[in-house]
Design a protein around this ligand. Sequence first.
Ligand code: URA
Length: 214
Amino acid sequence: MEEIRLQKYLAECGVASRRKSEELIGQGRVKVNGETVTQMGRKVSLNDIIEVDGKPVKMEERKVYIALNKPVGYISSVKDQFGRKTVLDLVKDIKERVFPVGRLDYDTSGLLLLSNDGDFTYKLTHPKHEIKKVYEAVLKDVPSKDDIKRFEQGLWIDNYLTSPANFEILESDGKTCKVKITIHEGKNRQVRKMCDKIGCPVIKLKRISIGDIS
Ligand code: URA
């Protein structure tokens, strides 16, 4: 975090107005890293320990929420062992340390959330919350009614039975089809594996919404 003036820091922490904070400093009631500060020019950062009347004062880091339209060709992690571009390369002007909320494959595009809010991340990614995720996909071939039923009722992938999903054909030219898929889980490459399972591999995949965010 950048450094800011002590009185601004105190005001942003909600201790008092900036003017009142200056008075507190002048009265010798404010300490920075154990030392009483009475001069106004002092600058501080999140790394400093600030006390007023012997009580610690902490600034909450600003919570940041980003809805990113991820292009294909970016990895949705903070670092990549193979040196590929990561989604953090797309949000370089954000000062806070944000993390991807869940994942999107390297070759999938669309909605990826980024945040520094751990509670928000937990609520959106923990399986018990069953947050709805909607994808648009182009598939090779066109599934039969039976295949669609199997897809919606649950498929065995990697020794795991998928929970109920929704599958809707939007367009078809007989050889490929464009579909809308809704799942409530987020296993690794789940949509691709489910589509493989019904014999219609994914050609293109894009996430269009997560819960109420689209
Ligand atoms: N399912 C997939 O197969 N890939 C994604 O990126 C997201 C869901």
